[in-house]
Design a protein around this ligand. Structure first.
Ligand code: DX5
Ligand code: ZN
Length: 240
């Protein structure tokens, strides 16, 4: 529970982050082992409360259980109505990065500052229909912006390209900010997100519906690298 893990997340970029949402919750230990073997550097954990989003997933006990199986940084995506109510217990359970939704809170600056005080990285997320100006007040308070390319709540949805414009704007205005994308990321969409300046790519069904996690992640990594090379050669738009 230190911001040292934030450096590990930064160092991992660009990276694919498996989303623990449609994995085998009956055998988390071997799921983590398979992901580590596949080269995973950071795990993305989807916490949903059945209130901010209609779906309900898990909370501190799963985070604490995962923490016992791995030293990997745990990037916790809070799709919950009252993130500050659970922030400290999440950190005590082993979270290294807590990302709250700007739509869920009245005061994003206060929320970001309170999370930062807990000694972890802090991110702010926005859904596809939320304008980027809604983040203006808190951008200097956060370590990361999570640009949603689907409406938060469920895996397996289709990619919404509105996320790409947001990534480009954020990358241009904040060159050092960590940028993450989540929702509908696969071999076809990941390169577009990389070319738009994204650093961290959350992938659920693109990994967990594959027969071999290692092959799936390698193919995604290759698509990131190809997009980066094309950007460097000036064949694409903004990149980092
Ligand atoms: C959706 C979650 C995602 C989800 C992504 O609300 O935040 O992390 O697992 O799943 P895919 O990659 O299937 O869109
Ligand atoms: Zn997520």
């Amino acid at each position: 529970m230190t911001r040292a893990k934030l450096d590990a997340i930064r160092d991992a970029a660009p990276a694919v982050l498996p989303s623990m949402l449609i994995c085998d919750f009956g055998d988390l230990r071997s799921e983590v082992a398979k992901l580590v073997d596949a080269g995973t550097k950071v795990l993305h954990l989807d916490v949903m409360d059945g209130h901010f989003v209609p779906n309900l997933t898990y909370g501190m006990p799963i985070i604490e259980g995962l923490r016992r199986h791995t030293d990997l940084p745990l990037d916790v995506h809070l799709m919950i109505s009252d993130p500050l109510k659970y922030a400290r217990p999440m950190v005590e359970a082993g979270a290294d990065m807590l990302t709250f939704h700007v739509e869920a809170v009245e005061d994003a600056v206060h929320t970001a500052r309170e999370i930062k005080k807990l000694g972890v990285g802090v991110g702010v997320a926005l859904n596809p229909d939320t304008a980027i100006r809604d983040l203006d007040s808190c951008l200097d308070e956060v370590d990361m912006v999570l640009v949603m390319s689907v409406n938060a709540g469920f895996g397996g949805q289709s990619f919404n390209p509105v996320a790409l414009d947001k990534l480009k704007l954020l990358r241009d205005s904040h060159p050092d900010l960590l940028l993450e994308i989540d929702g509908g990321i696969n071999e076809d969409t990941i390169g577009r997100a990389r070319a738009a300046g994204c650093d961290l790519f959350v992938v659920g069904s693109g990994i967990f519906r594959a027969d071999d996690y290692g092959v799936a992640i390698s193919e995604l990594d290759a698509a990131i690298a190809a997009a980066g090379e094309q950007t460097e050669n000036g064949q694409r738009g903004a990149g980092s």
